[in-house]
Design a protein around this ligand. Sequence first.
Ligand code: SF4
Length: 65
Amino acid sequence: MKVPKVDQEKCEACGNCEAICPEVFQIMEEDNVSHVIADDFTGLEGCIEAAIENCPEDAITYEEE
Ligand code: SF4
C-alpha cells in the first residue's frame, strides 16, 4: 500500500494539502504543520497526488510500504 507522509521539517503550513485533501492532511494546532490523519487511503489516491503537486515545499512523499 502506498502511504503518504509529510516531512514536518519542510512543511511551511501553507494549507494547500489540507484544502485539497482534508480527509488525509490536517495542520495541527500544537505544532502548526501538516500531519497525515488517515490510515486508510482507499479512494484518496487522486487527492493525495493533487496535494503533492500543490505543495510548494515538496514536503509530501507517497511511497509503497
Ligand atoms: S502543502 Fe506542503 S507546505 Fe503546505 S501545508 Fe501541506 S505539506 Fe505543508
